[in-house]
Design a protein around this ligand. Structure first.
Ligand code: ADP
Ligand code: MG
Length: 725
């Protein structure tokens, strides 16, 4: 019998790996390369005629309609810039409902009649592209024979150069719509929702006396968690390869229980990776700022500075692509799955959001005495109303088969959507509920007790890591989004529900004032009303506790535990009415997202189930059977030598092998079973029949991992993947 060498060879290979040398000078000023590959405002100002530049600027800053004459001038300048940077092709980049990034590449060269070619890039090709749309999910919006789809230039997100050893590409961020004008992507609704929110936020500003206020935008600061594993291990794990998570693997003897990884020293190899990614991100104008170890071994975080939400969303996608490719260059794989390792902390992508503009700044900034800051209180009350009325939509915006493993698992917020305000604000709103706020708790200082150290200033509110929607001093942090997801989906919901809530507030105030009520009194009445109607969503306690589940139910808050529970939120009459009213989605678009959501759920569980079957039958079972043979022949040999063999190990191993076989048979049946035609019923079948069948196979296989001889075990273990980098 030969030992299985795959895993042991991988361990040896990992130990021999060293980081590749940098192809840049790490000591050079990061500022020098920042935005080097971006057709930024600065680049445009240099290259465009003054009038054209001004027109571009007013579209970007003020949301003014794009002047078509301007496009030709921009296209020509953009092409020259890109070709100077070595670009041979251009690509319209868009974000289809797969959650991935799609690119259609075209050459700058256009053939002319005489057999030669000239380089050509007109305003028309900049503004509009026409990729075949039939291969992207559309949820019944368009039959495949009507394959036309259009991409349209998003001028608010700058074009950039993507470098490749074999030639560079000019990338143009775009929206992606069907021939009937319906959104097939994540960006179209993001821009529409942004516009709706801005309109009503401006009305609030006008009401508070700001004359002719500027466009208000939503900002998003995404914190991205991820795992790194060595490529040798990754390639020896078909489950990581095909589904992004381990479908097998016993709990390691050492996990995260020592809390020794969070903010720990970053391993050298990982630091090299981080420096390389930061350099690449800086060139693309992505402001990666914070980096640190996360809770689990092998887990890390990067947090770029917040930006306008559509730009942050594009940058987020680009960040993931960049991380994946640079990890490969360093012989590692970057895992964005929400739960790559069972029993180990999962990865999220916290979405920090605020709204504001250059003139008035951040509208969620409370100041030192929030009780006197009526404008802030109204905006904050709007958030409370929005999250309470539409918690179900926030929940569904982060629903996916993979994020289901994380939400509610005592490492991420529960599926119940509530708001954490912190001591100071909770107190102010308490006072409002009782008739009026007259004071704000003070900031205070922390005395360390060492004369040479300065006193530190203390935030007026603590943090609450168990809350899905937490106020963190000048923004709200939505902690439920998963690491693999686009931030566009939650931002669409946040913008839209904020549009509704701001619209409500400003309409109430306008009516009260028109009826002769004093403005301050009208504000007080509105705030008291909102707290009375929506205060139930505020929860400052421990969101991980059992008691909260019970209390939330008494408060009437939804607890949509799984994606299947959450998906119907998308087609509820209230949701359809809301999104149509603010012109973000029409009813058909909502239905299409619902169907795509169901489809993606079924597909991803289907891939996992087939991979479980394959690994179970072709890797785990053979190892176990070989070991069974070894134990049996050992017993026979002992018997032949006149010794009485102890058969306990063999008996117990045989029983576990029988469990594995039974589990595989049940799973094979579940996979072969015809899924119901209705999309939600199909998803329900995947959740209630396929997932438990996979779990049964895994339980038997993980038990076998603990008994089968180590040299026969082919799958790299948790211990190895998490601790050897
Ligand atoms: P944490 O301590 O929550 O892990 P990080 O520093 O890792 O915080 O990330 C905080 C994120 O919040 C960053 O992306 C940061 O740019 C973003 N952020 C800060 N201020 C705002 C704001 N006003 N609006 C939106 N995002 C913000
Ligand atoms: Mg962080």
């Amino acid at each position: 019998m030969t030992a299985n060498p795959v895993r042991l060879q991988a361990i040896a290979a990992v130990q021999a790996t060293t980081p590749p040398p940098f192809d840049f000078d790490p000591a050079a000023e990061p500022g020098a390369v920042f935005g080097e590959n971006v057709f930024s405002l600065q680049a445009m100002r240099k290259r465009l005629p003054k009038g054209v530049y001004k027109s571009v600027l007013s579209t970007i800053d003020q949301g003014a309609p794009l002047d078509p004459d301007v496009a030709d001038a921009v296209a020509s300048a953009m092409k020259d810039w890109a070709m100077e940077k070595g670009a041979t092709h251009y690509a319209h980049v868009f974000y289809p409902l797969t959650g991935l990034t799609a690119e259609k590449h075209d050459s700058f060269l256009e053939p002319v009649g005489d057999g030669s070619a000239i380089s050509e890039f007109s305003g028309k090709t900049l503004i509009q592209g026409e990729p075949d749309a039939s291969s992207f999910p559309n949820g019944g919006l368009r039959a495949t024979f009507e394959a036309r789809g259009y991409t349209g230039w998003d001028i608010q997100s700058p074009a950039y150069i993507l470098e490749n050893p074999n030639g560079n590409t000019l990338c143009i961020p775009t929206v992606f719509i069907s021939m009937t004008g319906e959104a097939l992507d994540h960006k179209t609704p993001l821009l529409r929702s942004q516009q709706a929110m801005s309109l009503h936020a401006k009305r609030i500003l006008s009401l508070f006396g700001h004359e002719d206020p500027q466009n208000v935008v939503s900002y998003c600061g995404p914190e991205q968690e991820y795992f790194l594993v060595d490529g040798h291990f990754f390639h020896a794990r078909p489950d990581l390869l095909s589904s992004g998570r381990t479908l097998f693997g016993a709990k390691p003897p050492k996990g995260q229980e020592f809390d020794d990884h969070y903010f720990g020293a970053i391993p050298e190899r990982v630091l090299a990776f981080m420096m390389d990614t930061e350099h690449a991100l800086f060139k693309l104008g992505i402001p990666a700022k914070t980096r640190h170890n996360e809770v689990a071994p092998g887990q890390f975080e990067v947090a770029p500075m917040f930006e306008r939400s559509n730009l942050a969303s594009d940058h987020q996608q680009l960040l993931m692509t960049t991380f994946r490719s640079i990890a490969k260059k360093h012989g590692m794989e970057c895992l964005f799955h929400e739960k790559p390792f069972a029993g180990v902390n999962g990865s999220g992508k916290h979405v920090n959001f605020s709204i504001g503009n250059a003139a008035q700044g951040n509208l969620l900034l409370p100041g030192d005495t929030p009780h006197e800051n009526a404008q802030f209180l109204v905006v904050c009350a709007a958030v409370i109303r929005a999250v309470h009325r539409y918690g179900g939509l926030l929940r569904v915006s982060v629903a996916s088969a993979s994020n289901d493993h994380r939400l509610g698992a005592n490492e991420a917020p529960p599926a119940i959507i509530s708001i954490f305000l912190g001591d100071q604000l909770a107190d102010v709103f308490d006072q409002i509920a009782k008739g009026g706020a007259t004071r704000s708790k003070e900031k205070g200082t922390l005395t360390i007790g060492v004369d040479t150290l300065p006193d530190l200033s203390k935030d007026p509110g603590d943090r609450n890591r168990t809350s899905p929607f937490a106020f963190t001093g000048n923004r709200f942090e939505f902690r439920a989004p998963g690491s693999l997801q686009t931030v566009a989906a939650p931002m669409v919901v946040i913008n839209t529900i904020m549009a509704e809530a701001l619209d409500f507030c400003v309409t109430e105030l306008e009516q009260a004032v028109a009826a002769g009520t004093d403005f301050d009194e009208a504000v007080q009445t509105l705030l008291t009303q909102i707290i009375a109607d929506h205060g139930a969503v505020i929860f400052n306690g421990n969101g991980y506790s059992e008691e909260w589940q019970v209390e939330a139910e008494q408060r009437g808050l939804k607890n949509l535990r799984t994606t299947v529970d959450a998906l119907p939120e998308l087609i509820s009459p209230e949701a359809v009415e809301l999104f149509s009213r603010y012109a973000v989605f029409n009813e058909r678009e909502m239905h299409s997202r619902y169907e795509v959501g169901c489809e993606q759920y079924v597909l991803s569980i289907g891939v996992e189930a087939n991979t479980t079957l394959e690994i179970g039958s072709t890797t785990v079972l053979p190892a176990a059977v070989r070991y069974q043979t070894e134990l049996a022949s050992n017993a026979a040999a002992l018997k032949a030598a006149g010794l009485e063999p102890d058969l306990a190990d063999l008996t117990s191993l045989s029983a576990t092998i029988a469990d594995l076989r039974a589990g595989l048979a049940t799973l094979a049946d579940a996979v072969a079973h015809e899924h119901p035609a209705d999309p939600l019923e199909a998803a329900t079948f995947a959740r209630d029949v396929v997932l438990p069948a996979m779990a049964a196979v895994r339980a038997a296989a993980d038990a076998l991992e603990g008994v089968v001889a180590d040299d026969l075990w082919a799958l790299p273990t948790y211990q190895e993947m998490l601790h050897i980098l």
